[in-house]
Unconditional design. Structure first.
Length: 131
């Protein structure tokens, strides 16, 4: 398998049901990817290391999905210069509104391209076209 061009990162295993759609779409396009769980809150050192090293490992785009206090995409975008696509994942309590606000409300200089709640498929198509 060739080196991954896209990193699909999720905040926890419970996000897999949404994020696997991106993996399936990228696979159908023949785009190499890696998929892993990294939490901005539970494993911040790992998030920092990943973001710092991703570009040197050949990653060109990061797709980051998280639910609830969804700070993962913003943390990765704040460290890496790679494009970061944020996927707010629906949570039971607020139906994903909390995730959406956490992902879309970034300070200046920390760009996160944010999709709709659970809206990973359309973004996977755009990633493939940009590679």
């Amino acid at each position: 398998m060739k080196n991954p061009q896209v990193a699909i990162i999720m905040g926890s295993d419970s996000d897999l049901s949404v994020m696997k759609e991106a993996a399936e779409m990228l696979k159908s396009f023949g785009v190499s990817f890696k998929m892993t769980v990294i939490s901005a809150h539970r494993t911040p050192d790992r998030a920092f290391s990943f973001a710092k090293e991703a570009q040197s490992k050949g990653i060109k785009v990061i797709i980051a999905g998280a639910g609830g206090a969804a700070h993962l995409a913003g943390v990765l975008a704040g460290i890496s210069t790679l494009p970061v696509i944020g996927v707010p994942i629906q949570s039971p309590a607020l139906r994903g509104i909390d995730s959406l606000y956490s992902t879309v409300q970034m300070p200046p200089g920390v760009p996160v391209a944010t999709v709709a709640i659970n809206g990973v498929l359309k973004k996977a198509e755009k990633v493939e076209k940009s590679l």
